[in-house]
Every structure is written in C-alpha cells, then in structure tokens.
Design a protein around this ligand. Sequence first.
Ligand code: FES
Length: 103
Amino acid sequence: PKVVYVHADGTERTLDVKEGQSVMAAAVLNGVPGIVGECGGELMCATCHVYVVSPETDGPASDEEDEMLNFAACPRRANSRLSCQLAVGPDSEFVVRTPEAQN
Ligand code: FES
C-alpha cells in the first residue's frame, strides 16, 4: 500500500505504508510535514486534518470524527478527513492533500 502526501506548496512525498497503519501514523513516523497528530489518533486534536484526493469515497466519517473536524485549523471541505481515522488497506493507494496549517 502507498500514500501520496501533496503539500500546500505543491511538493509531494510518497510512502510505502504498512497495511493497517493510519495515514496519520505513517506521516508522523516518516517525518512528513503538514500532519501533526498531536493526540496520537484519539480523535482529540484535529491536527491530522487532510483533504482526500483519492480514493473518492472512503466511507463516511464517524460522528466523533465529524464533530472534531469542526476544530481543524484550516477550512473544512467536503473531502476533509482526520487522517488518523484513515486505515491503509492491503491494496490502498491514498492521495491526500495537507492543509496550510494544523494549529
Ligand atoms: Fe488527533 Fe487525529 S491525531 S484527531
């Protein structure tokens, strides 16, 4: 599985990610800028906000995630998700855009 992180300045980074890892955890472990993940994936911070470019649908956000997204530093859009809640599946290929700021 792979995740492509596209940054606000147009640069991007592609990671090979372990199945089951979250898009947030992979970024933090590999020093990818633009995702902070302050709470460690507990749905308490919204500093892992991303805009999902693909896949187009990755299921709806849970009620808790939906609520926490309102606290993201950058504007919430239709494709906003908290990347700690995006688990990478065996054949996943995520492309996510990181927002300009996380806090
Ligand atoms: Fe805190 Fe995702 S890491 S909500």
